[in-house]
Design a protein around this ligand. Structure first.
Ligand SMILES: Nc1ncnc2c1ncn2[C@@H]1O[C@H](COP(=O)(O)OP(=O)(O)O)[C@@H](O)[C@H]1O
Ligand SMILES: [Mg+2]
Length: 1038
């Protein structure tokens, strides 16, 4: 399963690599390395031309960028383009200065090391533009925080300020940098630009006081005059016309169409505000600029005594005012020289030439030092105060190789610097590369290239180099001159193959060199220097007298630039040449410690014209820039090399054997790794300590694969990390839950223990109460008794009798017997009351009747208890069932009760169906429509029943009562009811008799009958053989 997964992964990596490669191949010969005839200069030029025609100004030689100045806006520096190149692999897109910048930036971020981009080429080839493009690219594309935006703006805006003061129009370039500039851009660990530092090199001070035809002074002068507000100009005592000022009009081209001084002024003023310049700084700064202009116009005349005077003091008044120095002191310093003779100071008048010299020296000195001050000031505003470790990208934009008709000390210095940079390039690329192959034991055919070390030595060697000779000549007692210097050169370096003078040259070359000139065969071609002015410029002398005046200046900048300590230091100052040599050596050291990227700028023509491709000029540049050698080395060599451990460290994730840890030797690890990712044998070589990869595309593909796998790894790391974080959070929560639980359980347990304690106390109290329950109420039994009471009462609630007949009652504890009795009574009374209230009038009547029945029969006649439950009816016969005739006969007597009865004859005991009707007055025995017998109650003697359960009763009349027929023997189903009703209407005491055994009844006068009452198996009534009526009733069980 795992191996299958791995196979898929590997396939994916391969596909990814191949896809990227084909995309890249479409770009054609954008890399000279891909040229077939890579040794042919013509093929090189052709390719360059072809591309230039298509406005493709950039071409690679490996990672080196060749750029041809287009002299036109190409629209390839848009934000969109910047975004396009951001984070893309170097060879993936067409060559561009952005690709170089991005590559350096990415490498810096991933490897956390320092880089520099060296931009070289001759004046006007586009170096400054390239460096600006790089700076812009980094400023725009690097990540940015709001707080660091100001740092970025300052980095960008330091440029216009430095260009205003350090650039000028020359014949070659309308915006020629007249100073060298090395700028470090500092990045923090996140790759955010946080600050910067600038080092400037040898500004061409002589330009302040003199310009060739067609050239201008530094831009700032023209910008101030063009753009400065009227108020400012009048404050500075200036007029808005460069032609008025000697220092501006010598070049005869104060106005140039390609330069808009007014707009540039605005940019510069805005930049000043961003990079921390306050009002006073600007006042001082422009005061100095104006002073320089005024100085140029200071005019000297010689009076009769040979003394020099300044006829028009208005200029020096302005200078004195603007620089805050004494007018008279300034005047004196410009026209006299103080000579110190032993302890005395003697004032010695100057002639006109010397006065002009000292004036110009002053102008150069204040301008030159102000420029240095400016750089320092900018550095302070760029400085990043956070001292964590930074990585930097250095941008070196230094004056290119220069050849003029007349070349002076400046050109000498500039060209020397270019020699040194060429040397650096050789050291870092050509030579280093070849040495490396040898060291690594890689098979390799050495490439021939010109090593310009000899020329560098010629210039800089201690005691023997041109600079040393110049210094010696400057310091020499006696009267050294430029000519004597030239002679010294001939004497000391005359034999050097790269040095020539008129005297040393052959007859042919001689014509081209004048007596005051010497010629150096630079790596970039011959340059003839005029030795005139070398000594003076090397000394860069400012009379002590003048220096002293400047030290007393009230202008803040001048005060900072001219320190009193300098006056007190009697040591001879280092010469300009040596200073420059040292600073170049420093620069080389700075660069050597960093990873290089190169941009080689080529100037396509001398006319600053777009799309003009001057073959001759270009071939020359290709040659001296060493591009062909570079290409040959590139082709023969390997595009990339890396120490095994570093290579392995970076790419080990691409191979399962080396990931995550490789325990064997790095070489074996790399072998495993490249075998796994499928390098072909011709693509690489393994050296002693390094792997060499021949083609960029191989590395590129590896890098792509790495990018791909990195994402996967990152996802994995991320998920592991997230898992870890979650688990930690989970454990924390769990711990918290456990703690909570424990606390809660504790709380519950404590509660429980409290409850139990309470319970035992209660139980104990209960027991004690129980033991003492029969004592009188005391603290021992109080609660118990209360409890028992309460408990009993509460219990009683559920056992209260439900009705009056319910005689149950909860047995009370002993102490409550009285209470219970009382309660029982109350309860019963209450029940009775309730019962009574519920009883209706009808029922009451019923009850009353029942009570009467009870009086009559209870305990006397069987069947009484059973009868109790049968309610009495109002009547057993409805009025409608009574014959109307009978009703009529009864008349007004209200019928109280009626019931069907069986009447037995007194004689034969024949049974007949009759109705018994009771009225208020009398009782009637009715047979259908006939009243058989009527007995008024008054005549009623009594009523008899048996004590047995039969329903027979006898109504007795008095035998004396003649009106009556005799006693009536009746059988009735509801004997209790009927007898009770009769009793009620008759209202006579002792009316009803309950007899046992037998009864006598009256038949007619003197004649009596007997009724025998018996119990038996079944109910029957019959006349027995004795002629008596026998009534048998069933024995009741109860
Ligand atoms: N990439 C470019 N695109 C357009 N114009 C350019 C470019 N590079 C240089 N130039 C033109 O060439 C002039 C000289 O370039 P610059 O960089 O000042 O030369 P250098 O610094 O090498 O002396 C610029 O002022 C500009 O007009
Ligand atoms: Mg420049």
């Amino acid at each position: 399963m795992d191996s299958k997964k791995e196979e898929v992964r590997q396939k994916h990596i391969r596909l990814h690599m191949e896809g990227a490669l084909t995309a890249r191949d479409k770009v054609g010969v954008q890399d000279f390395v891909l040229l077939d005839s890579y040794t042919s200069e013509s093929a090189f030029v052709d390719n360059l031309r072809k591309r230039y025609r298509e406005n493709l100004i950039y071409t690679y030689i490996g990672t080196l960028l060749v750029s041809v100045n287009p002299y036109q806006e190409l629209g390839i520096y848009t934000i969109k383009q910047m975004e396009l190149y951001q984070g893309v692999n170097f060879f993936e897109l067409p060559p561009h200065v952005y690709a170089v910048a991005d590559n350096a930036y990415r490498m810096m971020c991933s490897e956390l090391n320092n880089h520099f981009i060296l931009i070289s080429g001759e004046s006007g080839a586009g170096k400054t533009e390239a460096s600006k493009k790089i700076l812009q690219y980094l400023a725009v594309t690097c990540p940015m925080t709001e707080s660091l935006q100001i740092a970025r703006d300052r980095l960008l805006l330091s440029n216009p300020v430095l260009e205003a003061f350090g650039n000028a129009k020359t014949l070659r370039n309308d915006n020629s940098s007249r100073f060298g500039k090395y700028m470090d851009i500092q990045f923090d660990f996140k790759g955010i630009p946080v600050g910067g530092h600038i080092i400037s090199y040898l500004i061409e001070k002589s330009r302040v006081v003199f310009q060739n035809h067609g050239e201008r002074n530094f831009h700032i002068f023209y910008q101030l005059l063009e753009g400065g507000e009227d108020d400012l100009l009048s404050y500075l005592g200036l007029v808005r016309n460069p032609q008025v000022y000697l220092y501006l009009k010598q070049g005869r081209c104060a106005r140039v169409t390609s330069i808009n001084d007014k707009d540039d002024w605005k940019t510069v003023v805005k930049a000043f505000s961003i990079i921390d310049f306050n009002e006073t700084d600007l006042e001082n700064l422009f005061g100095i600029v104006a002073s320089v202009l005024h100085l140029g116009n200071v005019h000297f005349v010689e009076d009769g005594d040979g003394c020099v005077t300044i006829p028009d003091s208005s200029q020096i008044r302005w200078i004195a005012k603007l620089l805050g120095i004494h007018l008279s002191a300034l005047q004196e310093a410009l026209t006299y020289r103080k000579i110190e003779a032993k302890s005395e100071e003697v004032l010695c008048p100057l002639n006109i030439d010397l006065s002009v010299y000292s004036r110009d020296a002053m102008a150069k000195a204040i301008y030159g030092r102000t420029f240095t001050w400016l750089v320092n000031k900018i550095n302070r505003s760029l400085a990043n105060m956070d001292f964590t470790r930074k990585t930097v990208i250095g941008l070196l934009d230094i004056y290119g190789f220069e050849v003029f008709d007349k070349n002076g000390f400046e050109q000498f210095c500039i060209n020397y610097c270019n020699e040194k940079l060429q040397q650096l390039l050789i050291e870092m690329t050509l030579k280093a590369e070849q040495i490396e192959y040898e060291l690594e034991g890689i098979e390799w055919e050495p490439i021939q290239y010109f090593n310009n070390k000899v020329i560098c030595d010629l210039v800089e060697e201690k005691h023997r180099g041109i600079i040393s000779i110049l210094d010696e000549e400057c310091l020499r007692p006696g009267s050294p001159t430029d000519l004597s210097f030239l002679e010294k050169l001939e004497e000391k370096v005359g034999k050097h193959a790269h040095f020539q003078t008129r005297k040393l040259a052959g007859p042919k070359a001689r014509k081209k060199i004048s007596w005051m000139e010497f010629r150096l065969l630079h790596y970039a071609g011959e340059v003839t220097y005029c030795a005139r002015g070398f000594l003076e410029k090397n000394n860069d002398l400012l009379y002590r007298h003048l220096k002293k005046v400047l030290c007393g200046s009230k202008n803040g900048i001048i005060k900072e630039c001219f320190l009193v300590e300098e006056l007190e230091n009697r040591k001879r100052p280092t010469t300009v040449g040596t200073q420059f040599k040292n600073s170049v050596a420093n620069l080389i050291d700075i660069l050597m410690s960093k990873e290089p990227s190169y941009i080689r700028c080529i100037k396509p023509n001398e006319g600053k014209e777009p799309s003009k491709f001057d073959d001759f000029l270009i071939r020359h540049q290709i040659r001296y820039l060493g591009l062909m050698e570079h290409l040959r080395v590139r082709r023969a060599g390997f595009a990339y090399r890396r120490r095994y451990e570093h290579f392995l460290q970076r790419y080990k994730s691409l191979c399962p054997d080396t990931w995550p840890h490789w325990h064997g030797s790095p070489l074996e690890g790399v072998e495993k790794l490249i075998k796994y990712i499928g390098y072909k044998p011709e693509e690489y070589k393994l050296g002693r300590t390094k792997i060499f990869i021949r083609f960029p595309r191989t590395l590129f593909a590896t890098e792509d694969a790495f990018e791909f796998s990195k994402h996967q790894l990152v996802a994995k790391i991320q998920s592991t990390y997230k898992g870890c974080v979650e688990r930690r959070a989970y454990l924390k929560k769990r711990q918290a839950a456990i703690t909570l639980e424990a606390f809660w359980r504790g709380a519950l347990a404590r509660k429980e223990i409290k409850r139990r304690k309470w319970a035992t106390q209660i139980i104990r109290k209960f027991i004690r109460g129980f033991i003492n329950r029969n004592q009188t109420l005391c603290s021992e039994n109080e609660d118990y008794i209360i409890f028992v009471r309460k408990n009993y009462i509460l219990n009683l609630r559920h056992h209260v009798p439900k009705n009056v007949l319910d005689k149950s009652w909860l047995k009370p504890p002993a102490i409550l017997e009285n209470t219970s009795e009382m309660l029982k009574k109350i309860c019963m009374r209450n029940l009775v009351r309730q019962y009574c209230r519920k009883v209706t009038a009808q029922r009451k009547a019923q009850m009353q009747q029942k009570v009467i029945t009870s009086d009559l029969f209870r305990g006397k006649k069987a069947g009484y208890p059973e009868s109790l439950s049968q309610p009495f009816a109002e009547s057993r016969i409805d009025e409608v069932d009574i014959n109307p005739k009978v009703l009529q006969l009864i008349g007004s007597e209200k019928i109280q009760y009626g019931t069907p009865v069986v009447k037995y004859d007194r004689n034969g005991f024949k049974a007949r169906q009759r109705q018994l009707i009771l009225t208020q007055k009398a009782l009637y025995v009715v047979e259908l429509a006939k009243i058989k017998q009527r007995i008024e109650y008054k005549a009623l003697k009594g009523v008899s029943t048996s004590n047995l359960s039969d329903g027979l009763f006898v109504i007795h009349v008095s035998p004396e009562d003649t009106k009556q027929k005799g006693d009536i023997i009746l059988l009735c189903e509801h004997v209790f009811e009927t007898v009770t009703k009769l009793f009620m209407v008759v209202k006579k005491e002792d009316l009803v008799q309950v007899v046992r055994g037998s009864l006598q009844f009256y038949i007619s006068s003197g004649k009596e009958g007997t009724i025998i009452f018996n119990t038996g198996q079944e109910e029957q009534i019959y006349k027995d053989k004795d002629g008596q009526l026998t009534v048998v009733s069933v024995q009741m069980k109860s």
